[in-house]
Write a protein that binds this ligand. Sequence first.
Ligand code: HEC
Length: 149
Amino acid sequence: MNVWKNTMAVFGAAVVCLGTQTGMAQADGRGFLPYSNADSVARGAQVYEENCASCHGARLEGEENWRQPGADGRLPAPPHDPSGHTWHHSDMVLFRLTKFGPAALVGKGYESNMPGFDGILSDLEIAEVLAYIKSTWPQDIIEAHNARN
Ligand code: HEC
């Protein structure tokens, strides 16, 4: 349960709240995204379509040449499928990136085209949209991601 302790330390209140709402524990005991809960994944897919697909693509494919900054000097939206690096980040990092936006997380004047969804999506909706993304990954990527938590 070290994961829990770290999680709580980093993100106290929001996570306590999430814990009660999602039932938190996965069968594998790692992380907090409810990716094996079909209802959560279905709700997450809806949230994705309405809030993320415009940039990250309807099939999670991201934008063209997502590794190169665009004309505005900012990075395009990366894919959320296994070809991207979403799965390299722990649940908590993904949660914070989505809630507060990359600019707030990176700091030091970093500019990003991705907004934070704090005040737009609830913590549960953020967990569910990320769970939806995770649910689309093949088993080996899911396991590699579990190991990051
Ligand atoms: C307006 C466009 C836009 C929308 C809408 C958007 N994103 Fe992003 N997202 C981006 C961009 C651009 C990046 C690259 C981050 C950067 O600037 O470094 C990104 C990065 C991310 C990352 C980090 C991925 C990685 O590989 O490190 C996550 C996670 C993410 N977005 C999740 C979401 C989720 C979930 C939603 C919907 C709730 C969403 N995004 C909506 C543009 C968007």
